[in-house]
Design a protein around this ligand. Structure first.
Ligand code: F0G
Length: 455
């Protein structure tokens, strides 16, 4: 069949409240044009994030009822640990309440002033947790990964020459090498198995642990199966196991590729580091058999991990984004190609080329999508990455707007509606104006900054 249908039926629904354009104009003003400050009830299609927004399956809800809330040694933990280990065979698996808690624990132990940590591209919380310790974070993605139109199949790949040179230059100042799969900040682009293998090899040669930021591991494995020579006949599970066998540790947000609404973990093979991490976990999150989670959350994750590697799901998942990208591309809208795993990314800098980067073209587009169609998206560009620890500001590598797809939540007609809203924006896009930031915190400003519309 030509149509790739949603591989599920809907048993429980949430109503969408429709607003008018006038209402949305007033709402935008009331939140100083920061979409994070909107009430979700005032959003028609919420594409702010794919994190924690998944629809859980009937089996996950059943697992929630099975959850055991014992403080220590809960069977929910045993099931969680077994489900993780089935895919990622690390010696120590340490639950946390979400991905950034895993990052915070890891970097509190291995980072600090004078340290430098390379990645293909750090996500904002990862960067924030590294820089918060006084260390510095560096992005070494391949050049193709920064070119929205380049059709390279693995635009999340690490630039291996740059990594080698980085490790030679910085020596003992590098406590770990990271790779983010898929590369969220770079357009949801995958990293090839070959690149993961080479990154692991270079790291090992320099005696530096290799850590995978694993949030969207199943989508990454799907792309490997589709695009990497020799991988097409392998199961997603085998590919996943291969990816993680190459690493010394991982951080994970179960809010993405575990279909859970909350949760995460930190895993590693190093006994000494694990002991320190568990001690820190007890201080900040909870006892090592629950982390910051309820037993029922651990069970929802365990079940979610068995569903996320389903190929019918992954095929539908990636196809939704491809469909929107194809339609926008046909309309001449500059989109990041190929389509990312969890999101559609619009190149706002190229599309709104009359708005200069320091007037935040991504913000201008995100605001227009909400005003015109009630769609909430997320700027991933100069607002998010333009302010540096020394206080200076410069344009980010790209000014993207991300339409992140919650898992199993929206249907084909929602996708068609999204495309229609873009048609409307296209008709008036030359009138869109940039923004200035009138108030911002010292770090991670995009969450709480206040904006003023430029005339
Ligand atoms: N790493 C990556 C690549 C992420 O995308 C995220 C979260 C995290 C780490 C942190 O995980 O939210 O569980 O603490 N990304 C979400 C997003 C917030 O919208 O992309 P968390």
């Amino acid at each position: 069949m030509k149509t790739i249908i949603e591989p599920f039926r809907i048993k429980s629904v949430e109503p969408i409240r429709f607003t008018t354009r006038e209402e949305r104009q007033a709402l935008l003003k009331s939140v100083d044009y920061n979409l994070f400050a909107l009430k979700s009830e005032d959003v028609i299609i919420d594409l702010l994030t794919d994190s924690g927004t998944s629809a859980m399956s009937a089996e996950q809800w059943a697992a929630i009822m099975r959850g055991d809330e014992s403080y220590a040694g809960s069977p929910s933990f045993i099931r969680f640990e077994a489900a993780v280990r089935d895919l990622m065979d690390f010696k120590h698996i340490i639950p946390t309440h979400q991905g950034r808690a895993a990052e915070a624990i890891l970097f509190s132990l291995i980072a600090g002033p004078g340290k430098v940590i390379p990645s293909n591209t750090h996500f904002d919380t990862t960067r924030g947790n590294i820089e918060g310790t006084g260390a510095r974070a560096f992005d070494l993605v391949i050049a193709e990964g920064k070119d929205p139109q380049n059709l390279h199949p693995f635009k999340g790949n690490m630039d291996l020459d740059k990594l080698e040179a980085f490790l030679v230059e910085h020596g003992d100042a590098v406590p770990c090498v990271m790779t983010t799969i898929t590369n969220n900040a770079g357009g949801g682009q995958p990293v090839s198995l070959e690149n993961i293998r080479a990154t692991a090899k270079i790291s090992r040669a320099h005696n530096v642990p290799f850590i995978i930021d694993s949030c969207r591991f199943a989508e990454n494995a799907w792309f490997i199966k589709q695009r990497e020579p020799g991988q097409g006949d392998r199961s997603i599970k085998d590919i996943v196991r291969d990816m993680f066998e190459l690493a010394d540790g991982m951080t994970m947000s179960a809010k993405k590729d575990a279909f859970a609404n909350i949760g995460g973990w930190l895993a590693m093979n190093d006994d000494d580091l694990a002991q320190k991490a568990r001690t820190r976990l007890i201080q900040t999150e909870g006892f090592p058999t629950y982390g910051g989670l309820a037993g029922r959350d651990l069970d929802a994750i365990a079940q979610g991990l068995s569903e996320i590697i389903n190929e019918d799901y992954l095929r539908y998942r990636v196809r939704t984004n491809e469909y929107i990208v194809e339609r926008l591309d046909a309309m001449g809208i500059p989109v990041v190609k190929p389509a990312g795993g969890h999101a559609v990314f619009i190149d706002a800098r190229a599309w709104l080329d009359h708005v200069e980067p320091l007037k935040y073209p991504g913000q201008a587009l995100a605001v227009a999508l909400y005003e015109i169609g009630g769609i909430r998206s997320c700027e991933i560009g100069t607002v998010m990455f333009g302010r540096h620890p020394d206080g200076s500001e410069s344009p980010a590598a790209m000014d993207l707007v991300r339409l992140a797809m919650p898992r199993r939540v929206y249907t084909q007609s929602h996708a068609d509606y999204i495309v229609e809203v873009f048609e409307e924006v296209q008709a008036t896009k030359d009138d869109l104006r940039g923004f200035e930031i009138v108030e911002e915190p010292p770090m991670m400003r995009h969450f709480t900054a206040k904006f003023g519309k430029l005339g």
